[in-house]
Design a protein around this ligand. Structure first.
Ligand code: NAD
Length: 474
């Protein structure tokens, strides 16, 4: 049995038995058995059921948000927003279920040729602990919309809302066995992603885990999409609206206690505004209220695990020797929160280019600040990372903004905004941030594969692989 702990006060909420490899095997087999009938249903039938799931989520936003806050320590307004977004995602993919189509390809008068988009079969979803309910939905909703089954493994620290989702799916009429949520840690995850009967792996998590999963998937040639971490820059030019930019910088790295893959954890300031912006950020950071995430006055709750808190604390201790500590918020000192996993939001500058804080993902509320002289210097600093998940640029010069967007190495670029996301807009990374794209039309590409069908209209087969007239050779 694994303890499920509340990071708010360290209290054990419940114990959950991790799924064994035998249980993983049984779940994959059940999913495999249930999937063909699901894929044969009409798109409108699948759509109706996905809308029913959205209805059930919408009727339980408060309950889901409260459970999520208790298990993750994230502030209640954030977990409410995530639950609402989760319901919206089910509606978005409910729409997609009725929009799947292939194409006819007029290769010539002798053939009728068309493509059929087909589901992969069994999708294995593996998710981290930072956004448990919404990420569970982000894997399950598109899998179902496009006719797949799904076996999902939430993080062992935060399984509660994903398990609740499994109940809601059943209530909405998702057939038995089609979706299974299997709690557990690494061993459960390894059993799932190395299962030979899994047809697609969609993973969100750390890049080292992503590499391990890609290696094990290679043994079965299972396709994989990897949504991994980041070390994303926010670049501020002097002509930007600095009030808006400072807001976005503070929220961009300190929201969710810094536990966001898209955290704008590097602030890159033009030298002419360096002191001014740093002062403003520092003032905002000192005023951040760290504490009980159920309290409406709280800006940041605790980190989700003690391990994560200790990792962040180690980054802060090390960076205090390597650079200048610019500002730090204060920690709660109430007896009730004494055993919670709180860390103080902290800002550093004057770090060497090779400092670990500028290179590695903290996944905690720590910001590293550096300065640049001109556009080329800004781009060099923005791209000086092995990650490539996101980047923000703040400037009134639209040509400069688009030049930067074209040249920065990142899956998402935000111009004069940050952290805005939508089911409609593709999302994913490059480099250590992974490969594959979720959302929007990219979700259809990920969760479906294309079959090509040739029909002879004249009878007979041409010599070799070439097709008369089109000149293509296979
Ligand atoms: P993690 O990689 O340690 O764990 C993620 C999941 O993988 C968990 O469910 C875990 O049990 C499972 N797992 C661990 N080892 C496994 C293995 N060998 N095979 C199969 N499954 C295995 O990540 P974490 O620490 O829980 O989450 C934080 C990381 O996730 C950060 O790096 C963060 O940037 C990243 N993340 C990325 C995105 C994105 O969309 N790009 C979003 C959120 C978080």
């Amino acid at each position: 049995m694994a303890d499920v702990v509340s990071p708010i006060d360290g209290r054990v909420l419940t114990h959950i038995a991790p799924a064994s490899p035998a249980e993983v095997d049984a779940a994959v087999r059940e999913a495999r058995a249930a999937q063909p009938a699901w894929a044969r249903r009409t798109g409108s039938d699948r759509s109706r059921i996905l809308h029913a799931v959205a209805d059930l989520i919408e009727a339980r936003i408060d309950e889901l948000a409260e459970t999520e806050t208790r298990n993750t320590g994230k502030i209640l307004s954030d977990t409410r927003r995530e639950a609402i977004r989760a319901a919206n995602s089910f509606r978005y993919y409910a729409g997609w279920a009725e929009q799947v189509r292939g194409e006819t390809i007029p290769v010539g008068p002798e053939y009728h040729t068309y493509t059929v988009p087909e589901p992969h079969g069994v999708v294995a979803g593996v998710i981290p602990w930072n956004v448990p309910f919404f990420f569970a939905v982000k894997k399950i909703a598109p899998a179902l919309a496009f006719g797949n089954a799904c076996v999902l493994k939430p993080a062992e620290e935060t399984p509660l809302t994903a398990l609740r989702l499994a109940g809601l799916l059943a209530e909405a009429g998702v057939p038995d066995g089609l979706v299974r949520v299997l709690p557990g840690g690494r061993e459960t995850g390894v059993a799932l992603v190395s299962h030979p009967d899994v047809d697609l792996i969609v993973f969100t998590g750390h890049h080292d885990t992503g590499k391990a999963i890609a290696r094990s998937a290679a043994a079965n040639l299972t396709p994989v999409a990897l949504e991994l971490g980041g070390k994303s820059p926010q670049v501020l030019f002097p002509d930007a609206d600095l009030d808006q930019a400072v807001d976005a910088v503070v929220l961009g790295v300190f929201a969710s206690c810094g536990q966001m893959c898209i955290a704008g954890s590097r602030l890159v300031l033009h030298e002419s505004i360096y002191d001014d912006v740093l002062d403003r950020v520092a003032e905002r950071v000192r005023a951040l209220r760290v504490g009980d995430p159920f309290d409406a006055e709280t800006d940041l709750g605790p980190q989700i695990t003690a391990v994560q808190r200790d990792k962040t604390a180690a980054f802060i201790a090390e960076s205090s020797g390597a650079g200048r500590l610019v500002a730090q918020a204060t920690l709660p000192d109430t007896e009730r929160l004494r055993n919670g996993f709180y860390v103080a939001p902290t800002v550093f500058d004057r770090l060497d280019d090779n400092a670990r804080l500028l290179r590695e993902e903290v996944f905690g509320p720590v910001l590293a600040v550096s300065s640049f002289r001109d556009d080329a210097d800004a781009l060099r600093l923005a791209n000086d990372t092995e990650f490539g998940l996101a980047a923000g640029i703040w400037t009134a010069d639209i040509a400069r903004a688009h030049r930067f967007a074209g040249q920065v190495r990142a899956g998402t670029v935000w111009i004069n905004t940050y952290r805005v996301m939508s089911d409609l807009v593709p999302f994913g990374g490059v480099g250590l941030s992974g490969y594959g794209r979720e959302n929007g039309t990219e979700a259809a590409r990920l969760y479906l594969r294309s079959k090509s069908v040739w029909t002879s209209l004249t009878g007979g087969t041409p010599q070799g692989y070439g097709m008369g007239g089109a000149g293509a050779a296979g």
